[in-house]
Design a protein around this ligand. Structure first.
Ligand code: GCU
Length: 340
């Protein structure tokens, strides 16, 4: 029933948004330009809190002109749909995982490479490397959107109805992945069957036994309630995949420089707030998940790593764009190790 209601609301919202976009009319009553931002997380998730900071920053400086509206919980549709809405300009921004951006530009395969980063510190250093990231962010410009900033999305691990302690435990299991060809291939190498689907479908799919488990950060257990239906979370640490705030290129380029500056600063502020929320929310999620009956399992990550390391070479050979980025990341991995 809830799902049906959510779908009905989503369709209604979408129809009215598309109607407004088509007529070029963004606000009937206030005369302000409405800025619509879609994402798939709940209102309390760090992504949403970051976006609220974005809204506050923009409206406190340009509030006479812009009204920022945030649509959480996949209200405007699952991630891939939201990306398409940004692409066409039906909405202005969306937060999405790089996993879902892969099919829009294959440069985003880089973040799906398992065990790419040697440490969280290295991952953060890469994401904060403005030169490296701005070329990646601009890669989808011709497709109508670009990334403006990143959000922390933790480390991805497996969780399932039964404990996964070694890669052998994945054999014959059906595991949900994002709609990303690289993630599907990664699951092949792990020896499981990949079930690509949108994030919002995962709870019911586990509950109904359509899949045996999924992979994500710990917030999925609590914010998305997956811990109610999957009671074993294994720290095999296969990926660190960021969320990105993407914006419609036409809209961004239409902004006068002083307004563009405000939007850019607002994006930076959003990242600051999102990241400052992250660690405490993860700690809290682990605590909460335990009280839901979820068991956290420490694993030896080496056997998991061994299974999927061939994917590095395979991807680098297939997608020539990746090599320079990959090399830079390895350099940063090394630097961080030496600094420790
Ligand atoms: C994380 C991430 C989301 C993504 C989701 C998924 O929760 O923050 O952006 O959609 O994983 O696995 O689909």
């Amino acid at each position: 029933m809830l799902k049906f209601m959510k779908k009905t609301i989503a369709v209604g919202l979408l129809v009215s948004i598309l109607a407004f976009s088509l007529t070029g009319c963004n606000s009937v009553t206030t005369g302000k330009r409405i800025i619509r931002i879609a994402h798939g997380q709940s209102e309390t998730h760090p992504d949403n809190l970051g976006l609220l900071a974005f809204e506050k920053y923009v409206e406190s400086r340009l509030g006479d002109k812009y009204d920022v509206q945030i649509f959480p919980n996949e209200l405007l549709g699952p991630s891939v749909k939201a990306i398409e809405l940004v692409q066409t300009g039906a909405i202005d921004f969306a937060v999405c995982s790089t996993g879902n951006l892969e099919t829009f530009d294959n440069v985003y395969q880089i973040f799906s490479i398992p065990y790419l980063f040697d440490s969280v510190e290295a991952y953060h250093k890469v994401m904060e490397d403005k030169e490296l990231m701005s070329s990646i962010y601009k890669s989808t410009e011709a497709a109508g959107f670009e990334s403006v900033t990143w959000f922390e999305a933790g480390t991805r691990n497996f969780y399932a109805k039964t404990p996964i302690k070694t890669p052998d435990d994945l054999k014959g299991k059906k595991i949900r992945v994002q709609q990303s060809p690289t993630n599907v291939r990664m699951m092949d190498l792990f020896g499981a069957a990949a079930a690509p689907m949108s994030f919002g479908e995962v709870y019911t799919a586990i509950q109904q036994g359509v899949i045996d488990g999924a992979e994500n950060n710990e917030l999925a257990l609590t914010n998305n309630k997956h811990g109610e239906v999957a009671k074993y979370y294994s720290y095999n640490q296969h990926q660190m995949v960021p969320d990105l705030l993407i914006g419609n290129v036409k809209f961004l380029n239409s902004l006068p420089p002083e307004e563009r500056k405000v939007f850019d600063e607002a994006a930076e502020e959003a990242t600051k707030v999102e990241r400052s929320q992250w660690d405490s929310q993860i700690k809290n999620a682990i605590y909460q998940a335990k009280s839901m009956g979820v068991k956290f399992i420490d694993t030896d990550i080496e056997p998991f790593k061994e299974k999927v390391l061939p994917l590095h070479k395979e991807l680098l050979e297939k997608n020539k764009k990746l090599q320079p980025i990959y090399d830079k990341i390895q350099e940063i991995n090394k630097q961080v190790k030496e600094e420790k």
